[in-house]
Design a protein around this ligand. Structure first.
Ligand SMILES: [Fe+2]
Ligand SMILES: [Fe+2]
Length: 275
């Protein structure tokens, strides 16, 4: 772990690298590795916000694992919907965990950074939509099951964030694949917003508190957003950030400051293609 110096204002910070929706296929081996190998010089941890594979196969997961194995900073991930498509998410998780990735689903992890605790609470999340235009738990069993899936996911995120509070973390980060807010979906067709995220995730974040919320999934969306409670939200889907990863600096000595953006040093390789 890199010991942090102060930022320009003299405050100690944690440097968070984050990217989602890298959608690696079996033909993508080595594409992001050169960029990820720069992480020890510029970041203290890497967050992967789901859709790491194209179709959720174990073979694709092995490509992802090789990109991030032993890169010199802790790697924390959630899965995305693509990582479930082959109906073997347990195998994807096993492959990633074997490579040292901390894969979270309704769980939390705490990292020591410069004498402080940095906590990440992670869950894939689910669909459902946003206040005023959300699916309701009413009618057919299928509809109720759909909405309950979103509610259970938000409840698990709330539980994981509560664990970070109990640990006394200086910085708490909510990591999801689906979006907690509509702000970061700007650019996507409004008709599909209900399939891009759920306001229940934002309610969990605001109820428990967090210093940053990071998500992916909305390839045509916008990087910056905020929950109703004032928690900064960042959509780090790779087509949005247009770099191998985004970098955010968060103060370690208090929760009032907002994350500051740093210039990512590593553009997406030119021959990189999204699945
Ligand atoms: Fe994606
Ligand atoms: Fe997705």
């Amino acid at each position: 772990m890199t010991l942090l110096g102060p930022d320009r204002t003299g405050r100690p910070v944690v440097r968070v690298a984050a990217v989602g929706d890298i959608h690696l296929g079996e033909d993508c081996a080595g594409l992001l590795r050169p960029a990820f190998e720069t992480l020890p010089g510029c970041a203290d941890l890497l967050l992967l916000a789901g859709d790491l594979t194209r179709h959720g196969t174990a073979a694709e997961a092995r490509v992802v694992a090789a990109e991030v194995a032993s890169i010199g900073v802790p790697v924390v991930a959630v899965l995305g919907n693509h990582d479930h498509h082959a109906d073997e998410p347990e195998e994807v998780v096993r492959v990633l965990r074997d490579a040292g990735v901390r894969v979270l689903e309704g769980e939390s992890t705490v990292l020591p950074v410069a004498g402080h605790k940095v906590g990440v609470a992670g869950v894939k999340g689910f669909c459902g939509g946003f206040v005023g235009r959300s699916a309701g738990e009413f009618g057919e069993p299928e509809m109720k099951a759909f909405v309950r899936t979103a509610r259970r996911s938000a409840d698990r995120l709330a539980g994981a964030l509560a664990e970070l509070e109990a640990h006394g973390c200086a910085v708490r980060i909510a990591l999801t694949h689906f979006s907690p807010v509509p702000d970061t979906l700007a650019g996507e067709p409004p008709e599909i917003y209900p399939f891009l995220g759920s306001y229940l995730l934002a309610e969990a974040i605001d109820a428990q508190g967090a210093d940053l919320a990071v998500h992916g999934h909305a390839h045509l969306g916008t990087e910056h957003g905020m929950t109703a409670g004032g928690v900064r939200v960042r959509n780090v889907a790779q087509p949005v950030i247009d770099h191998a990863f985004a970098l955010y600096r968060l103060p370690l000595d208090g929760r009032s400051a907002h994350p500051s953006e740093a210039s990512p040093p590593a553009p997406v390789p030119a021959r990189y293609g999204l699945g």
